[in-house]
Ligand binder design. Structure first.
Ligand SMILES: *Cc1c(COP(=O)(O)O)cnc(C)c1O
Length: 234
Protein backbone atom coordinates (compact mmCIF):
# COMPACT_ATOMS: atom_id res chain seq x y z
CA UNK A 1 0.00 0.00 0.00
CA UNK A 2 1.09 3.55 -0.66
CA UNK A 3 2.22 5.40 2.46
CA UNK A 4 -0.61 7.89 2.19
CA UNK A 5 -3.24 5.15 1.91
CA UNK A 6 -1.76 3.38 4.93
CA UNK A 7 -2.00 6.54 7.03
CA UNK A 8 -5.56 7.14 5.83
CA UNK A 9 -6.57 3.63 6.87
CA UNK A 10 -4.80 3.91 10.23
CA UNK A 11 -6.44 7.27 10.89
CA UNK A 12 -9.88 5.89 10.02
CA UNK A 13 -9.35 3.11 12.57
CA UNK A 14 -8.06 5.53 15.23
CA UNK A 15 -11.03 7.85 14.66
CA UNK A 16 -13.43 4.91 14.98
CA UNK A 17 -11.85 3.92 18.30
CA UNK A 18 -11.99 7.56 19.48
CA UNK A 19 -15.68 7.69 18.58
CA UNK A 20 -16.28 4.45 20.51
CA UNK A 21 -14.51 5.71 23.62
CA UNK A 22 -16.24 9.10 23.38
CA UNK A 23 -19.62 7.41 23.01
CA UNK A 24 -18.99 5.14 26.02
CA UNK A 25 -18.31 8.17 28.19
CA UNK A 26 -21.06 10.43 26.85
CA UNK A 27 -18.68 12.74 25.02
CA UNK A 28 -18.46 14.02 21.46
CA UNK A 29 -15.66 12.70 19.23
CA UNK A 30 -15.19 16.19 17.78
CA UNK A 31 -14.19 17.45 21.24
CA UNK A 32 -11.09 15.27 21.08
CA UNK A 33 -8.05 16.54 19.20
CA UNK A 34 -5.67 14.04 17.66
CA UNK A 35 -2.09 15.23 17.95
CA UNK A 36 -0.21 13.09 15.45
CA UNK A 37 3.22 12.45 16.92
CA UNK A 38 5.60 12.56 13.96
CA UNK A 39 8.95 12.34 15.80
CA UNK A 40 11.55 10.34 13.83
CA UNK A 41 9.32 10.47 10.74
CA UNK A 42 10.36 12.56 7.73
CA UNK A 43 8.61 15.63 6.35
CA UNK A 44 6.84 13.51 3.70
CA UNK A 45 5.01 11.55 6.40
CA UNK A 46 3.74 14.79 7.93
CA UNK A 47 2.50 15.88 4.50
CA UNK A 48 0.73 12.55 4.01
CA UNK A 49 -0.83 12.90 7.45
CA UNK A 50 -1.97 16.42 6.59
CA UNK A 51 -3.47 15.14 3.32
CA UNK A 52 -5.30 12.48 5.35
CA UNK A 53 -6.93 15.26 7.37
CA UNK A 54 -4.67 15.60 10.43
CA UNK A 55 -3.90 19.18 11.52
CA UNK A 56 -2.08 18.86 14.86
CA UNK A 57 1.42 17.44 14.93
CA UNK A 58 3.59 16.58 17.91
CA UNK A 59 7.36 16.47 18.14
CA UNK A 60 9.48 15.68 21.19
CA UNK A 61 12.85 17.24 20.32
CA UNK A 62 13.44 20.85 19.28
CA UNK A 63 16.58 20.00 17.34
CA UNK A 64 14.85 17.42 15.19
CA UNK A 65 11.65 19.40 14.81
CA UNK A 66 12.99 22.86 13.93
CA UNK A 67 14.29 22.08 10.42
CA UNK A 68 11.36 19.76 9.73
CA UNK A 69 8.77 22.36 10.70
CA UNK A 70 10.63 24.99 8.65
CA UNK A 71 10.12 22.91 5.52
CA UNK A 72 6.45 22.42 6.43
CA UNK A 73 5.76 26.15 6.90
CA UNK A 74 3.36 26.19 3.95
CA UNK A 75 0.95 23.94 5.89
CA UNK A 76 0.48 26.51 8.65
CA UNK A 77 -1.75 28.95 6.77
CA UNK A 78 -3.78 25.87 5.80
CA UNK A 79 -4.41 25.00 9.43
CA UNK A 80 -1.46 22.92 10.62
CA UNK A 81 -0.26 23.42 14.21
CA UNK A 82 2.87 22.02 15.81
CA UNK A 83 3.04 20.94 19.44
CA UNK A 84 6.15 20.29 21.49
CA UNK A 85 5.41 17.24 23.65
CA UNK A 86 8.92 16.36 24.90
CA UNK A 87 11.05 17.85 27.65
CA UNK A 88 12.32 21.32 26.79
CA UNK A 89 15.81 22.32 27.89
CA UNK A 90 15.95 25.98 28.81
CA UNK A 91 18.69 26.71 26.24
CA UNK A 92 16.31 25.57 23.48
CA UNK A 93 13.36 27.61 24.70
CA UNK A 94 14.00 30.42 22.22
CA UNK A 95 13.98 28.05 19.28
CA UNK A 96 10.86 26.37 20.64
CA UNK A 97 8.99 29.68 20.78
CA UNK A 98 10.09 30.33 17.21
CA UNK A 99 8.90 27.03 15.73
CA UNK A 100 6.07 25.64 17.87
CA UNK A 101 2.48 26.77 18.11
CA UNK A 102 1.99 25.14 21.51
CA UNK A 103 4.36 23.83 24.19
CA UNK A 104 2.59 20.97 26.00
CA UNK A 105 5.55 20.01 28.17
CA UNK A 106 6.14 22.96 30.49
CA UNK A 107 7.51 21.30 33.62
CA UNK A 108 8.77 24.14 35.82
CA UNK A 109 7.91 27.69 36.78
CA UNK A 110 11.37 28.80 35.61
CA UNK A 111 10.71 27.41 32.14
CA UNK A 112 7.32 29.12 32.06
CA UNK A 113 8.90 32.47 32.96
CA UNK A 114 11.53 32.01 30.29
CA UNK A 115 8.94 31.10 27.66
CA UNK A 116 6.86 34.10 28.72
CA UNK A 117 9.79 36.48 28.24
CA UNK A 118 10.65 34.97 24.87
CA UNK A 119 7.04 35.01 23.67
CA UNK A 120 6.70 38.62 24.76
CA UNK A 121 9.82 39.64 22.80
CA UNK A 122 8.43 37.77 19.81
CA UNK A 123 5.17 39.68 20.19
CA UNK A 124 3.04 36.59 20.54
CA UNK A 125 0.92 34.74 23.04
CA UNK A 126 2.17 31.19 23.49
CA UNK A 127 -0.36 28.52 24.39
CA UNK A 128 1.13 26.07 26.88
CA UNK A 129 0.15 23.07 28.94
CA UNK A 130 1.75 22.16 32.24
CA UNK A 131 3.11 18.64 32.47
CA UNK A 132 2.44 16.77 35.70
CA UNK A 133 4.52 13.85 36.96
CA UNK A 134 1.98 11.60 38.62
CA UNK A 135 4.19 8.57 39.16
CA UNK A 136 7.25 10.25 40.61
CA UNK A 137 9.41 8.55 38.01
CA UNK A 138 12.92 9.95 38.08
CA UNK A 139 13.27 9.50 34.32
CA UNK A 140 10.23 11.59 33.48
CA UNK A 141 9.70 15.30 33.59
CA UNK A 142 6.74 17.11 35.02
CA UNK A 143 5.73 18.96 38.15
CA UNK A 144 4.88 16.91 41.23
CA UNK A 145 1.12 17.18 41.86
CA UNK A 146 1.80 18.69 45.29
CA UNK A 147 3.51 21.68 43.62
CA UNK A 148 1.04 22.14 40.78
CA UNK A 149 -1.36 24.75 42.13
CA UNK A 150 1.42 26.92 43.56
CA UNK A 151 3.21 26.75 40.20
CA UNK A 152 0.06 27.60 38.26
CA UNK A 153 -0.55 30.51 40.59
CA UNK A 154 2.96 31.81 39.89
CA UNK A 155 2.43 31.48 36.14
CA UNK A 156 -1.01 33.05 36.20
CA UNK A 157 -1.12 36.55 34.87
CA UNK A 158 1.84 36.23 32.50
CA UNK A 159 0.19 37.95 29.56
CA UNK A 160 2.29 36.26 26.90
CA UNK A 161 1.32 32.73 27.99
CA UNK A 162 -2.06 31.10 27.73
CA UNK A 163 -2.26 28.11 30.06
CA UNK A 164 -4.56 25.79 28.13
CA UNK A 165 -4.48 22.85 30.53
CA UNK A 166 -2.48 19.89 31.80
CA UNK A 167 -0.49 17.09 30.23
CA UNK A 168 0.68 13.73 31.56
CA UNK A 169 2.81 10.85 30.37
CA UNK A 170 2.00 7.98 32.75
CA UNK A 171 4.20 4.92 33.14
CA UNK A 172 3.86 2.29 30.43
CA UNK A 173 1.56 -0.59 31.36
CA UNK A 174 1.05 -3.69 29.25
CA UNK A 175 -2.60 -3.48 30.27
CA UNK A 176 -3.82 -0.02 29.25
CA UNK A 177 -6.49 -0.10 31.92
CA UNK A 178 -3.76 0.12 34.57
CA UNK A 179 -3.11 3.70 33.40
CA UNK A 180 -6.70 4.71 34.22
CA UNK A 181 -5.99 6.00 37.77
CA UNK A 182 -3.37 8.36 36.32
CA UNK A 183 -5.87 9.78 33.83
CA UNK A 184 -8.49 10.16 36.57
CA UNK A 185 -5.93 11.96 38.73
CA UNK A 186 -4.99 14.40 35.96
CA UNK A 187 -8.65 15.20 35.38
CA UNK A 188 -9.17 15.83 39.11
CA UNK A 189 -6.15 18.12 39.18
CA UNK A 190 -7.48 19.95 36.12
CA UNK A 191 -10.90 20.37 37.71
CA UNK A 192 -9.30 21.63 40.92
CA UNK A 193 -7.12 24.11 39.04
CA UNK A 194 -10.07 25.35 36.98
CA UNK A 195 -12.18 25.81 40.10
CA UNK A 196 -9.38 27.94 41.57
CA UNK A 197 -9.14 30.02 38.41
CA UNK A 198 -5.61 28.79 37.70
CA UNK A 199 -6.15 27.67 34.09
CA UNK A 200 -7.32 29.56 31.03
CA UNK A 201 -8.45 26.41 29.21
CA UNK A 202 -9.67 22.96 30.14
CA UNK A 203 -7.32 20.87 27.99
CA UNK A 204 -6.18 17.46 29.24
CA UNK A 205 -3.47 16.02 27.02
CA UNK A 206 -3.33 12.34 27.94
CA UNK A 207 -3.35 9.02 26.13
CA UNK A 208 -1.01 7.57 23.52
CA UNK A 209 -1.31 4.75 20.98
CA UNK A 210 -1.79 1.96 23.49
CA UNK A 211 -4.05 3.71 25.99
CA UNK A 212 -5.88 6.58 24.28
CA UNK A 213 -9.30 4.97 24.60
CA UNK A 214 -8.95 4.72 28.39
CA UNK A 215 -7.70 8.33 28.47
CA UNK A 216 -10.73 9.53 26.48
CA UNK A 217 -13.09 7.66 28.80
CA UNK A 218 -11.50 9.65 31.63
CA UNK A 219 -11.69 13.04 29.94
CA UNK A 220 -8.76 13.49 27.53
CA UNK A 221 -9.24 16.43 25.17
CA UNK A 222 -5.93 15.82 23.33
CA UNK A 223 -4.55 12.38 22.52
CA UNK A 224 -0.94 12.14 21.32
CA UNK A 225 -0.71 9.30 18.83
CA UNK A 226 2.34 8.12 16.93
CA UNK A 227 2.63 4.36 16.49
CA UNK A 228 -1.08 3.71 15.85
CA UNK A 229 -0.92 6.11 12.88
CA UNK A 230 2.54 5.66 11.47
CA UNK A 231 3.68 2.24 12.66
CA UNK A 232 6.59 1.42 14.95
CA UNK A 233 9.46 3.92 15.09
CA UNK A 234 12.92 2.67 14.21
C1 LIG B 1 6.33 9.51 21.35
C2 LIG B 1 5.34 10.19 22.20
C3 LIG B 1 3.96 9.96 22.04
C4 LIG B 1 3.38 8.98 21.05
O1 LIG B 1 3.65 7.67 21.42
P1 LIG B 1 3.00 6.41 20.65
O2 LIG B 1 3.04 5.34 21.64
O3 LIG B 1 3.85 6.15 19.46
O4 LIG B 1 1.62 6.80 20.27
C5 LIG B 1 3.09 10.69 22.85
N1 LIG B 1 3.54 11.56 23.77
C6 LIG B 1 4.85 11.81 23.95
C7 LIG B 1 5.27 12.79 24.98
C8 LIG B 1 5.78 11.14 23.18
O5 LIG B 1 7.09 11.38 23.37
Amino acid sequence: MEARTTIQAALASVRERIAGAAHRSGRLPEDITVVAVTKTHPEAVVRDAFAAGLRHFGENRVQEAAPKIATLADLRPRGAAFHLVGHLQSNKAGKAVEVFDTVQSVDSVELAYRLARLAESAGRVLPIMVEVDLAGEATKSGLPPADLFVALDAIRGLGSLRVEGLMVLPPYFEDADAARPFFVRLRELGDGALARGLLQGSALSMGMSHDFEVAIEEGATHVRIGTALFGARR
